[in-house]
Design a protein around this ligand. Sequence first.
Ligand SMILES: [Zn+2]
Length: 247
Amino acid sequence: MAEAACSECQGTGWILEESKGRAVAKRCKCFKEQENQVLIEQAHIPRRYENCTFDNFEIHDSSHRHALKISKQFVKNYPVQDVGLLFIGPCGVGKTHLAVAIVQELIRKKNVPCYFCDFRELIRDIQSTYTPDSSLSEVDVLAPVFQKDVLVLDELGAKRTTAWVDETVFYIVNNRYNHKKLTIFTSNYLDKEEEEDARDSFYKKKEDSLVDRIGVRLRSRLYEMCKVVEMGGKDYRKEIKQGSYRF
Ligand SMILES: [Zn+2]
């Protein structure tokens, strides 16, 4: 690598240490820093979020404090926990900030390969692979989404999809679930009880809910594979109902 050589190891990544009268080769600390740098680059974090950390997360109410606590626990427990996270709440409350902060911490503290993926971008990329002159194959687009140990799927439901895109998204999420890979979702879509949906449509339905956007099947899968973390939830009419989780 054509980096400025480290003064400790002269860029070799190894240092010799004396142990019981013998020289033993050890990894230099610059090697871990470089590894982290590579993981950060591969994590595909959008520029506007690249400085998001736990330290600069702003707490405006108790739901934010709770969300920060859960996020830190997630990093601390990784890889022992068996559920991901679903941050849910209105725009601008810091859902993506926390998701990115988790990624940064997992990389820096635990060398975990992570990948950030914007839902709309993912849909667009998948669709673009179906055009005849596409330079990307579906495998190029989907490989990191399937393979990385922790995936952030940001703005779930932010784009209307077709049945076959729904099918692809379900396949991705389900595949990660089956392989016990954790996924962190964010969504602006308020979740609702079924009977509440029915009542709304009887009157006039103003806003889509999460289930309108992603379908019943994916929603129920999400609840199995995630702990739901509500943020800025003051205007929610009902507490989000969820199954058991293990934190
Ligand atoms: Zn070095």
